[in-house]
Design a protein around this ligand. Structure first.
Ligand SMILES: Nc1ncnc2c1ncn2[C@@H]1O[C@H](COP(=O)(O)OP(=O)(O)O)[C@@H](O)[C@H]1O
Ligand SMILES: [Mg+2]
Length: 236
């Protein structure tokens, strides 16, 4: 049961986001509303420049709306200070990027430990958690390798594990297969589905991949600053 569930993780009310261009304001998002239920997988599509990354940045609290409110698990992000936002994001959000964004000077194991250290996990517990994640992404034998020694698909597997490591409320993925060939992209999506959705995580994924609509509960299109075209892809 997805829609109609009482547990709403993401609630966006009347959000507008404008960017200044000289002395003009360029509206990217306008009067946008969205609710995402706990455990739901929402796919977002839309042409390049339609505001998909802007929307994810508002949901993760990296950016703030020009007007309107963003609530995550009942917390009004728009009311938080910068420090509170950083702490909130660190604790509750996992992010998967198109270009992986692993830390190049840390090896794979250290990259996975980082979100746990930032959240003050006890050392032993963090070590066990990382070991189990490395098994799940089938990269335990590469744990001392650095990101640039891994293929794109392998780096994205690490990034998926990193997004999940600190047990976040919500995982956001911005074109996670955009930099991978079709086959690798497909296996990355399968891993994302297996690891995130089976763990009951709420997932919002921006993607052009047709595969994702097979496991997404809803696919929404961003058009003219708003979300449209509710398409149900799976019987509930
Ligand atoms: N920080 C910014 N300053 C000015 N314009 C921005 C900024 N971020 C995004 N934009 C503009 O907002 C629009 C939407 O961008 P984006 O959200 O990255 O689109 P998408 O991810 O759908 O390709 C684009 O026209 C982009 O140029
Ligand atoms: Mg984008």
């Amino acid at each position: 049961m997805i829609l109609g569930s009482t547990e709403i993780v993401v609630e966006i009310k009347g959000v507008r986001r404008c960017f200044r261009e000289g002395d003009r304001a360029r509206k990217v998002l306008e009067n946008l509303d969205l609710q995402v239920a706990k455990g739901e997988c929402l796919a977002l599509i839309g042409r390049s420049g339609s505001g998909k990354s802007t929307l994810l940045n508002l949901i993760s609290g990296i950016d703030r709306p020009t007007a309107g409110e963003v609530h995550i698990n009942g917390v009004n992000l728009t009311a938080l200070s910068e420090t509170e936002l950083t702490l909130f994001r660190r604790r509750h959000i996992g992010f998967i990027y198109q270009f992986f964004n692993l830390i190049p000077t840390l090896n794979i194991e250290e990259n996975l430990l980082l979100p746990l250290e930032l959240n003050q996990y006890p050392v032993r517990e963090a070590g066990l958690r990382v070991a189990s994640l490395l098994e799940e992404i089938a990269l335990a034998d590469r744990c001392t390798a650095f990101p640039d020694q891994l293929s794109g698909g392998e780096q994205q597997r690490v990034a998926i594990a990193r997004a999940l490591a600190h047990d976040p409320l919500l995982v956001l993925a911005d074109e996670p297969t955009g930099n991978l060939d079709d086959n690798t992209g497909c296996s990355v999506l399968n891993l994302m589905q297996g690891l995130l959705l089976n763990a009951g995580k709420t997932l919002i994924v921006v993607t052009h991949s047709k595969q994702v609509s097979r496991f997404a509960d809803r696919v929404l299109t961003l058009v003219d600053g708003r979300l449209e075209q509710l398409v149900y892809t799976r019987d509930e």
